[in-house]
Design a protein around this ligand. Sequence first.
Ligand SMILES: [Zn+2]
Ligand SMILES: [Zn+2]
Length: 167
Amino acid sequence: MKINVLQAKKAIGNVQTFEFVTSAEELAIEGETPWKSSVIYVEGKLINNGRVIAVEGLVSAKAQYQCGCCLEDFSANVEIPFSDNFQQVTDEASDNEADLAFYTGDEIDIADLVRETLILAEPLKNVCSESCRGLCSQCGINLNIAQCGCQGKLIDPRFAVLQKLLK
Ligand SMILES: [Zn+2]
Ligand SMILES: [Zn+2]
């Protein structure tokens, strides 16, 4: 995911836009992630701020999740912003600032940045809807789809014994 920044480097204040279409596989994100089978769109811009090139962008994907409440699979469109500052590595000793990323020559590779953005965003959403009713703790039915009679019959086991005796 390399961007040729020759144009941006020419003058302070220069802005360049970028756009990529990628996938989890291409980004080497392994395992059962929400983006496993999604097309991942990356777009943004970079700005020459003099000492550094600031990168700002947005990753969008149709993520696949399993609801932590009702266990149904659902998908959601997610948009995750990312940003970083890239400093060119030269022969001279460069500042060793922890919040800086580095590039050499005329190319900035944002693959690591996008990968990290997605990995950090993974637990973002895990409930299918704000009003998910989950599964019935008695019979396991999905209460979003169907209703069961368990709720009304929920009784304290001590009373259950009592009820039996009264029969
Ligand atoms: Zn749910
Ligand atoms: Zn039930």
